[in-house]
Design a protein around this ligand. Structure first.
Ligand SMILES: NC(=O)c1ccc[n+]([C@@H]2O[C@H](COP(=O)([O-])OP(=O)(O)OC[C@H]3O[C@@H](n4cnc5c(N)ncnc54)[C@H](OP(=O)(O)O)[C@@H]3O)[C@@H](O)[C@H]2O)c1
Length: 257
C-alpha cells in the first residue's frame, strides 16, 4: 500500500469507476483504495469484477461490484441507486469504460455498424454515465469527474477513425460539461493515454511490436495502468482544485500540446 501517493482529502470519499473490472480502471481502483476511498467497481464481466473486489477487500478496502453496461441508461440508473444505497452520495466519477475494438479501415470501407458501435461504446457510454450521475452532484454542488480519451482522439493516426472520433468527442464533451457545471463546484477533466500495456493489450502485442511502439515515445517505453491511475487520482483530488476542462496527455512525450 505504501507505494501509492496519498491525497489526504480523498479518504472516506465515494467513487464509481466504470471500466473498473480490468486494465486501467482496475489499477485506478487500487490507487483509490490505498487512499481510503470507498469504491463501486463497474463492469460487465462478473468474474473479472469478482477478482477485483476480492483483491481490494482483502487489502481492507470497502468496495463492491456494480454490473452495468454503460451503453444502457436504465442499467446506469439502477447502478446509481445501488451505489447510493450502499455507499452514500458519489463524490468521484471515473468514466473509463470503453475500448478500441473497432478494426482500423479506410473511412470509405468502415462498416456503418462498426462506426456506430465505436461511438456507442466510447462517446455515448460516457455521455450516459455523466447524465446518470450529474443530477445528484449538481444538487450537492460538489464532485470530481474524470473521463477517458486516447491519443487516438488527439491526433490523426493509424487507429480506427470511428474510435478516434469517439475519443475526440469525449474530450469536447468534457470541456463542454466543465464549463456547464463549474458554477456547481463540479470539476470535469479528461485523461488521454497513449499505448498502455494492460493484461488485454499484452495478450495481443508481441515483444517486437512493443519495442517498435515504445520507440515512438520520447520516454522510450509503453505506458502502464499506474501511469494513468496516478494522473486520474491527482485530477480527482483537491490538489487539482482549480483544474477543470483539462485533457492530460499520458503519452510518454508522444504528444506535446
Ligand atoms: N490500453 C490502452 O492502451 C488505452 C489507451 C488509450 C485509451 N484507453 C482507454 O482506456 C479505457 C480502459 O481501457 P483498458 O485498456 O484498461 O481496457 P480493458 O482492460 O479492456 O478494460 C476495459 C474496461 O471497460 C469496461 N467496458 C467496456 N465497455 C463497457 C461497457 N459498454 N459497459 C461497461 N463497461 C465496459 C470493461 O468491462 P468488462 O470487461 O467487465 O465488460 C473493462 O473493465 C478505455 O476507455 C480505452 O479506450 C486505453
Amino acid at each position: 500500500m505504501l507505494r501509492y501517493p496519498i491525497y489526504p482529502d480523498l479518504a472516506g470519499k465515494v467513487a464509481f469507476v466504470t471500466g473498473g473490472s480490468g486494465g486501467i480502471g482496475a489499477e485506478t481502483c487500487r490507487w483509490l483504495a490505498a487512499n481510503g476511498v470507498r469504491i463501486a467497481v463497474g463492469g460487465r464481466d462478473t468474474a473479472a469484477l469478482a477478482r477485483v473486489i476480492n483483491e481490494l477487500t482483502q487489502d481492507g478496502a470497502e468496495a463492491f461490484a456494480v454490473e452495468a453496461d454503460c451503453t444502457d441508461a436504465a442499467a446506469l440508473d439502477r447502478a446509481r441507486i445501488a451505489i447510493t444505497a450502499r455507499l452514500g452520495a458519489i463524490d468521484i466519477l471515473m468514466a473509463f469504460a470503453g475500448g478500441g475494438t473497432a478494426r482500423p479501415a479506410p473511412v470509405h470501407e468502415t462498416r456503418e455498424e462498426d462506426w456506430r458501435s465505436a461511438l456507442d461504446h466510447n462517446l455515448t457510454a460516457t455521455f450516459l454515465t455523466l447524465k446518470a450521475f450529474l443530477p445528484a452532484m449538481r444538487e450537492r454542488r460538489s464532485g470530481a469527474i474524470v473521463t477517458m480519451a486516447s491519443t487516438a482522439g488527439r491526433a490523426a493516426s493509424a487507429a480506427s477513425s470511428a474510435y478516434a472520433s469517439a475519443k475526440a468527442g469525449v474530450i469536447m464533451l468534457t470541456r463542454h460539461l466543465a464549463q456547464e457545471v463549474g458554477p456547481f463546484t463540479i470539476r470535469v477533466n479528461c485523461v488521454s493515454p497513449s499505448a498502455i500495456l494492460t493484461e488485454r493489450t499484452a495478450r495481443h502485442m508481441p515483444e517486437a511490436q512493443r519495442a517498435t511502439i515504445a520507440a515512438l515515445h520520447p520516454l522510450n517505453r509503453l505506458g502502464t495502468p499506474a501511469d494513468v491511475a496516478g494522473a486520474a487520482l491527482f485530477l480527482a483530488s483537491d490538489s487539482a482544485a482549480w483544474i477543470t476542462g483539462a485533457t492530460l496527455d499520458i503519452a510518454g512525450g508522444r504528444l506535446m500540446h
